[in-house]
Design a protein around this ligand. Structure first.
Ligand code: PLP
Length: 421
């Protein structure tokens, strides 16, 4: 079997970063992020395109600034993300859309500054309507079908609580009338599988909603463009899935005389392959003749929970200054947490798996690839009181700069109130 290779760093970069900073550490590549932004901005469209970054994928302020500089707007999943993007990411409220499961009670401040609100339930439309009669609003519809690599990343269909069920459009119309709302955008986001056929079908349904709501000028088809992290996984070809949708927008214009703008909001696509976690092999264990050979890393589910959550696979590449043996081995790769689920090589459902890697020694580096999205921002951070990882950005000129400091242990418990016992 072909072994995984480094995607954007070289071995010299690895040694430099490990020696200058430390392991474990998140590493991102500015050049790679910019390339992804350009690919997204080239998404096929007929009457204009807006690309929003689903910032929950990686909300580090430096990442946000790179997105902003490259003409990418924001999709926020909570009012706190809105606050973060404005306070430290350099964005203005009118460049952000809020698509949240929770209706915030301090929305006024941001709506007055131009924040776009995407209602995800009938209750949210009602609450928004009461506060902002006559205001513009976007609505998220669950079109009744979904797409996901796993059940947990599929967010459309009857088993999904995301968005307004498509059979309740009449109720949306009632609320629109009751509060004199201007529905200017319809939105669907069905998950992270991005099956081209499903995607096309959803685009078609979404345009049917645009037909019902006459004031709609923008149609958002959400995110969920899958990227292949492993050699045997495929990435979504944006040109390929976008082309049929472009045709549909053209047909819509010919039929209804309305030029609809397209909006997409990738998270994974923009950042997943632009980051790695640089780790060190800190121990080796085996369980005898009929057992397994384990390598233990100096990080775990506290920096990347995706394998335990979804059975996701990340490439592992061995980097070392010693002379390699040239042998390959089938290893079980585990994290440093005292938790049996802290297993980087596991199948969906938790069964143990192995991975063929070059023979490893303690203190070798192991580069975990494809960790730019949903790792530093989504993990069992601080479990076992392991501090949050620092993050470093490889600038376009090759400079390596820290964009998050190493967390001190005292920062983990700084909000605790220690009472006398
Ligand atoms: C998470 C999310 C996205 C991004 O999904 P990816 O799979 O990372 O592309 C886009 N839109 C909404 C509403 C989301 O919740």
């Amino acid at each position: 079997m072909e072994l995984e290779r480094l995607k954007f760093l070289n071995e010299e970069d690895i040694f430099e970063i490990a020696e200058k900073f430390q392991t474990p550490i998140h590493v991102y590549g500015e050049t790679e992020i910019e390339k992804k932004c350009q690919e997204a901005l080239n998404f096929p469209n007929e009457f204009g395109l807006i690309v929003r970054y689903a910032m929950k994928a990686n909300p580090n302020s430096t990442i946000l600034k790179i997105m902003k500089k490259n003409g990418i707007l924001i999709d926020a999943s909570s009012i706190f993300e809105v606050e973060r993007a404005i306070q430290i990411g350099g964005y203005q409220a009118n460049q952000i859309m809020l698509t949240a499961q929770e209706f915030p009670n301090n929305l006024d401040k941001y709506i007055n500054q131009g924040l776009h609100f995407n209602a995800c339930s009938l209750y949210q439309i009602e609450e928004f309507g009461k506060k902002f009669q006559g205001h513009e609003i976007s609505v998220r519809i669950n079109p009744g079908l979904g797409s996901g690599a796993t059940k947990k990343t599929d967010v459309g269909g009857t088993s999904s609580a995301f968005g307004i069920w498509h059979e309740y459009i009449d109720k949306v119309l009632e609320l629109q009338k009751k509060y004199n709302l201007k529905i200017t955008k319809v939105h669907t986001h069905i998950g992270s599988g991005s099956d081209p056929e499903v995607w096309k079908a959803v685009a078609k349904y979404t345009l049917e909603y645009a037909e019902i709501f006459k004031e709609v000028h923008t149609v958002s088809l959400g995110g969920g463009y899958k990227v292949g992290r492993m050699l045997d996984e495929k990435s979504t070809d944006l040109q390929k899935i976008g082309q049929p949708a472009k045709e549909l927008f053209k047909e819509f214009y010919e039929k209804h005389g309305r030029k609809l703008k397209l909006e997409i909001e990738p998270g994974t696509y923009l950042i997943a392959l632009c980051g790695v976690i640089l780790t060190r092999v800190m121990d080796k264990i085996d369980t005898g003749k009929n057992g397994y050979e384990f390598i233990k890393l100096d990080t775990g589910m506290d920096s990347n929970t995706r394998p335990s959550l979804y059975g996701s696979r990340h490439p592992f590449i061995l980097v070392t200054k010693r002379k390699k043996t040239g042998n390959k081995k089938n290893y079980v790769v585990v994290g440093h947490c005292c938790e049996s689920g802290d297993l980087f090589t596991q199948k969906m459902g938790g069964d143990i798996d192995t991975r063929e890697i070059e023979e490893a020694e303690i203190n070798d580096y192991l580069v975990m690839e494809g960790t730019g999205a949903y790792c530093s921002g989504m993990s069992t951070k601080n479990y076992n009181s392991y501090p949050e990882l620092p993050e470093v950005l490889v600038r376009k000129n090759g400079d390596k700069v820290l964009i998050r400091k190493h967390q001190e242990v005292s920062q983990i418990y700084q909000n605790e109130i220690s009472i006398d016992i």
